[in-house]
Write a protein that binds this ligand. Structure first.
Ligand SMILES: Cc1cc2nc3c(=O)[nH]c(=O)nc-3n(C[C@H](O)[C@H](O)[C@H](O)COP(=O)(O)O)c2cc1C
Length: 366
């Protein structure tokens, strides 16, 4: 039998990509501690992503081996590949929705007025870009060991090219049907994202939230339905949960929330405070911050307008309307309009070096 990528690298822990809450520092710390770190690309320009990859390579001490221009990197710890996961969103950019956006801004007028914001001055436009030709070029240049995706996969010819470079392609599945689709379309591993997970639901074949199930139920069903390795994600924040995922057949776990309060994450002080307070016991799926359902700690915006609101513009266009509210509230030290992404179990969140968190989780696998 062929040794899986996970066995070949003794890979059991993946630090979940968390756009807006981390960069290469967290990825490098987790890699050095024996896991695989992730660099989320969804909110970065190509230039920013390039800098992140260079800084990651430097942080794990192989930067000197990288020849950015000629793609002649020889020195790395995983053969020819940079030992990191680069994560992309693979949504279809929506058609312009000027009317929907205007109606949504009108709906938010009371909130704008309460914060002294002129609704007419609120901008529009996307906040996150999907995988593109430029992303592909970047991968060809840097050759990360893994590319993981949320919301499906890039188009077939791009997936084929990425795989031809020897890069693993992973993607999140929130249902058995999505897992089977991903396997059929070339995914080398499936991330089974249970309903407990913090951040965006990776759902891409359905918009029906009643199809979404918890990790304990999703993982064994996906495991039965596909032949590629399965990574468990959602609500895994301590050793016992890691052991449960292993028992249910996971090849590795992907952990997000537990790293949000690590020293190396870029999580804001307000977000950290919320994660380590009783408020974190109440999370919900909300589409208010981006247009797609994502799990966060319930706050004022979610209570007043949602948590789910059919008037919110399509992903990622809803991002623009809340941006000035968030800025105004945060300037006053309030997190009522901030996306406080969190999984359902933030009770293990501690202000610790990421390596300590990674070690605790990894010990459980042994
Ligand atoms: C703050 C935050 C941001 C996230 N951003 C991304 C992202 O950019 N890409 C992605 O594939 N998943 C993202 N996720 C989802 C994670 O990949 C993963 O499914 C989730 O963190 C696992 O559940 P847990 O938070 O309970 O550990 C994010 C999660 C959080 C908490």
């Amino acid at each position: 039998m062929r040794t899986s990528f996970f066995d070949a690298h003794s890979l059991r822990l993946i630090q979940a990509p968390m756009a807006g809450s981390q960069n290469h520092r967290l990825a490098a710390a987790v890699f050095k501690a024996g896991g695989l770190g992730s660099i989320p690309a969804a909110m970065l320009t190509s230039e920013q992503l390039q800098n992140e990859l260079i800084e990651f390579a430097e942080a794990i001490d192989i930067g000197k081996g990288i020849d950015i221009g000629g793609n002649t990197r020889k020195t790395s710890l995983w053969g020819e590949l940079l030992p990191v996961n680069v994560n992309f969103f693979c949504h279809k950019a929506p058609a312009e929705q000027a009317e929907t956006e205007a109606a949504w801004r009108l709906k938010l007028t009371p909130a704008y007025q309460a914060h002294g914001i002129d609704p007419a001055a609120v901008g529009s436009g996307p906040g996150r870009a999907p995988f593109s030709e430029e992303s592909l070029a970047m991968l060809g240049q840097f050759k990360p060991a893994v590319v993981s995706c949320h919301f499906g996969l890039p188009k077939a010819e791009w997936v084929a090219q990425i795989k031809a470079w020897g890069i693993q392609v992973w993607s999140s599945a929130t249902t058995v049907q999505e897992a089977q689709w991903l396997e059929q379309h070339g995914a080398d591993a499936i991330i089974a994202q249970g309903l407990e997970a913090g951040g965006h639901r990776g759902m891409f074949l359905t918009e029906d939230l009643s199809t979404q199930i918890g990790t304990l139920a999703l993982l064994p069903q996906i495991k039965k339905a596909v032949n590629v390795p399965v990574i468990a994600a959602g609500g895994i924040s301590n050793a016992a949960a890691v052991r449960a995922a292993k028992m249910l057949g996971a090849s590795a776990v992907q952990v997000g929330t537990a790293f949000l309060t690590s020293h190396e994450a870029t999580t804001s002080a307000l977000h950290r405070q919320a994660l380590m307070s009783d408020a974190a016991r109440h999370t919900a799926l909300t589409n208010l911050f981006s247009g797609r359902p994502a799990r966060g700690i319930v706050n004022q915006f979610m209570r007043d307008y949602g948590p789910l609101n059919p008037m919110a513009p399509a992903f990622p266009l809803a991002t623009a309307a809340v941006a000035p509210l968030r800025a105004a509230a945060e300037a006053k030290g309030q997190s009522g309009y901030s996306p406080l992404w969190s999984g359902q179990n933030a009770s293990d969140c501690e202000a610790l070096p990421a390596a300590d968190i990674a070690h605790k989780l990894l010990q459980a696998w042994a």
